[in-house]
Design a protein around this ligand. Sequence first.
Ligand code: FO1
Length: 333
Amino acid sequence: MRITVLAGGIGGSRFLRGLQQVVPGDGADLPITVIGNTGDDIWIHGLRVCPDLDTVMYTLGGGISAERGWGREDETFTVRAELADYGVEPTWFGLGDRDIATHLVRTQALAAGYPLTEVTAALCERWKPGVRLLPMSDDRAETHVVVDDPSGGTAPDGTPLRTALHFQEWWIRYRAELPAHEFVLVGIDQAQPGPDVLSAILDTDLVILPPSNPVVSIGTILQVPGVADAVRSTTAPVVGVSPIIGGAPVRGMADACLRTIGVDTTAAGVGAHYGSRHQGGLLDAWIIDEADAADAPLVEAAGLRCTVAPTLMTDVSAAGSLARVCLTTAGLA
Ligand code: FO1
């Protein structure tokens, strides 16, 4: 059985740990392909950092910081402190000493001309995440967030000036508390899907949209030219998992992102946003939490088969149960 998962960072990685319980690879054959979000990627002190790719790689490879959900366990931030003492910006980004080794290897390989897909595969030779991890694109496409100027600048008529922040600055430095007027994926018009991305969606037994951020993680991957059309046209069933439980995101700031694009922060709202494949959308089925069971008729009215099940991934076993629900919903278990 082959399964393709479009994944962001922390939520997607937690889901994948559960899916691996249900569909274990045997080392040589990797049944799970992950299409990873690279819209969060950023140049920091001359190093190329790929947060969502690294979160999947570290989480499934056993190196993730369980406390933070990102970056390495047993991490120190000595280099970060030294850079701050030199007065070098940005100081708001948590650049870990162990994590720097990953960025150094990646940056050198990219500088030598290797595409991100090959560089990611090389990094995974160390971490052995047990999945095929494909960047959504080898081309640079970064999420920027349009906000009112944080320094309060105004135009002559008194209206606030607007500025675009890199997603990481909005997310980390400002905790997504600056109202986002718009998300702009800079460079996406010139970007191509990674070499195996479309075939991983078209030639598989199941496509899953896990409970990652539907705007800046899954939504970003779907903006890569050809990806959304591949999801609409694949012969495989497409099953999504609501990232909203009881009208709120489990973690992160998906509600701030959904507000920006005018989507209700509800299980039904996000399901309708992805849409039914019978009506030109992306999904065959939408899995929502028991806390949102009242939304089921709305989900069905949007043309989606609706499964109500526990979706809170409190541990690997809970994530495994959720993954199993995805397979049964798709008729594969
Ligand atoms: N998230 C934070 O909230 N604070 C940080 O300082 C931070 C640093 C960081 C460094 C490397 C990395 O791979 C991820 C990091 N993250 C940090 C998480 C990151 O901002 C998010 O995981 C994604 O970009 C959103 O999914």
